[in-house]
Design a protein around this ligand. Structure first.
Ligand SMILES: Cc1cc2nc3c(=O)[nH]c(=O)nc-3n(C[C@H](O)[C@H](O)[C@H](O)COP(=O)(O)O)c2cc1C
Length: 201
């Protein structure tokens, strides 16, 4: 049996969401738990499309076992038309066996997203990402306003989860408030998972 870990499961096409994932992982580690970074492959509507090779660098692709055995989950996606990206939804749609077995029930979970425009749907995406996690019986965590960055931010950051405004060209780096909120979210999920594990003895 491996040490308890928090799964940071995300999709990122151009790197903004994966940068958030790294800050969230740092927050998880600050709570004393391991962060396990995993991504999912792209999907295509083109039946002739060649399935992409496993990338030589970056996070490995997630397996159902990564999800089954996690102590908590932080789920991330770029916003696409105000919703999560299809590759992540496709992965989640393959988790029925975990749902049938109630394997995620009672585990803490949180979400994060990146957008091109500041008001381009961060909050709708975050809320829609929470829905399948609630079907799985996970304990949903957001960000409290005791995190001062929530009040100070001029970029991303919401009570529903961490967010980043990457700009139209995707080149805007995470600012100090967005970074602080990513770390706070990871730390919150990690600390909650630890407390829950301790209470179970
Ligand atoms: C198909 C598609 C739909 C998108 N929809 C939105 C959107 O609704 N709102 C928005 O602000 N950005 C939208 N974007 C931009 C991405 O959310 C943004 O570039 C994000 O930062 C990419 O994250 P990544 O670098 O992790 O891939 C869309 C991008 C694509 C390709």
């Amino acid at each position: 049996m491996s040490a308890p870990y928090i799964l940071v499961l995300y999709y990122s096409r151009h790197g903004a969401t994966s940068e958030m994932a790294r800050h969230i992982a740092r927050g998880i580690e600050l709570s004393g738990l391991e962060a396990r970074l995993r991504t999912v492959p792209a999907v295509s509507t083109d039946c002739e499309a060649v399935v992409p090779d496993i990338p030589a660098s970056g996070a490995p692709y997630a397996t159902l076992d990564d999800l089954r055995h996690c102590a908590g989950l932080v789920l991330g996606s770029p916003t696409r038309f105000g919703n999560m990206a299809a590759p992540l939804k496709y992965f989640l749609d393959g988790t029925s066996s975990l749902w049938l077995g109630g394997e995620l029930v009672g585990k803490p979970a949180a979400v994060f997203t990146s957008t091109a425009s500041l008001h381009g749907g961060q909050e709708t995406t975050l809320l829609s990402m929470l829905l399948p996690l609630m079907h799985h019986g996970m304990l949903v965590l957001g960000l409290p306003y005791s995190e001062s960055a929530l009040l100070d931010t001029r970029g991303g950051g919401t009570p529903y989860g961490a967010s980043h405004h990457a700009g139209a060209d995707g080149k805007r780096q995470l600012d100090e408030h967005e970074t602080a909120l990513c770390r706070a979210l990871g730390q919150r999920v990690g600390a909650t998972a630890k407390a829950l594990e301790a209470s179970r003895g």
